[in-house]
Design a protein around this ligand. Structure first.
Ligand code: SAM
Length: 315
């Protein structure tokens, strides 16, 4: 069944009012749950982010939001019980009180997010804790979920300026690794990440969770290996590949003053020969214990902090 997500309608400024939903069989709730599947996310071009602050920040930063789901304010006030029975009782009484009004008024950040969502033509749903649990597949879900439009570029739009950092990830498989790398890229002020070949979905809930909100701050582009190699031929900055058989210490390269793309290999297989051959430098992070290699996200972090070293200052 095709999801029924609607395109946003332009809306006049509105009061922060929510539509109350108490049933798991509500069609919109079913559609949001279906975003669990990669195919559905891709077809709809949507993804889920959780947490009031990061959802509110994303809306303020101009990310297109389609649906804002938040927990019933009155239910929330009643000590956060999330049993189904209590949720139903709460819903019955709150409906007569005008669900969410007080909560929205009491919580300025939520009220702003609600208003901004409606102004952008998005839906606002006020739901029970039980529904939030199902949407997030967690026992202690966040009180707010946002359904946003995905932003994914093609590699042709990637232009790297002097001192800018991009990361190329070859067939990254693990959503936790990808999310952690997006978060670390954000932390060092890297511009974006090119996902090369067949990778895990950056908009899957596990990857998005691991970004801790950084999914909204780092550009994402995709490329087939062939498209990446074609792009590389017209890029005259540094392409620094990391390889366990690299013979150069990663600290020997002068990164400052150049556009830089850091290229990281697949978790199991490392960089294939054609991508390794496309690098201007092939480096290794020295190790002295028994471990064969570093975890991909850890190795990326070590590299990023070295590349950005001159640009990172406390305070
Ligand atoms: N068995 C794989 C191999 O032979 O390359 C191990 C891959 S490692 C888990 C994943 C990626 O992290 C590597 O492809 C490389 O990009 C990076 N990496 C991990 N440890 C590294 C090290 N000590 N020096 C340079 N890169 C490293």
């Amino acid at each position: 069944m095709k999801p029924r997500f609607q395109r946003p309608r332009p809306a006049a400024p509105v009061a922060p009012v929510s539509r109350v939903v108490t049933s798991l069989t509500n069609p919109l709730i079913k559609d949001i749950r279906a975003l669990d599947m990669r195919k559905v996310r891709q077809e709809a071009g949507l993804f889920i982010a959780e947490g009031l602050k990061l959802v509110a920040d994303a809306i303020e930063a101009g990310w297109p939001i389609r649906i804002l789901v938040h927990r019933s304010g009155a239910e929330f006030d009643r000590s956060g019980s999330n049993s189904a029975q209590k949720s139903r009782e709460a819903d019955a009484s709150f409906r007569s009180e005008g669900i969410g009004k007080r909560y929205a008024e009491d919580k300025p950040m939520l009220a702003r997010a609600v208003r901004a969502t409606r102004q952008a033509g998005g839906e606002v749903l006020e739901v029970t804790g039980e529904i939030l649990e199902k949407l997030s597949r967690r026992d202690n879900p966040q009180t707010v979920i946002g359904v946003f439009e995905q932003r994914l570029e093609k590699i042709d739009s990637v232009k790297i300026a002097r001192d800018q950092i991009w990361i190329g990830l070859d067939r990254v498989r693990d959503p936790g690794n990808l999310g952690t790398i997006i978060r670390t890229a954000d932390a060092v002020g890297a511009e974006g990440i090119v996902l090369i070949g067949d990778t895990t979905d950056p908009f899957g809930i596990e990857a998005v969770r691991a970004t801790m909100g950084s999914i909204f701050n780092v550009r994402l582009a995709t490329a087939t290996p062939q498209a990446f190699l074609a792009w590389r031929r017209s890029f005259d900055g540094l392409v620094v590949g990391t390889h366990l058989s690299g013979t150069h210490d990663y600290r020997e390269v002068t990164y400052a003053g150049s556009p830089c793309l850091l290229l990281m290999g697949n978790e199991q297989q490392g960089l294939p020969d054609d991508l390794a051959a496309a690098c201007s430098h092939l480096v290794k992070i020295p190790m002295r214990g028994q471990a064969d290699s570093l975890n991909l996200a850890v190795a990326t972090g070590v590299m990023l902090f070295e590349i950005a070293r001159g640009q990172l200052k406390l305070g």
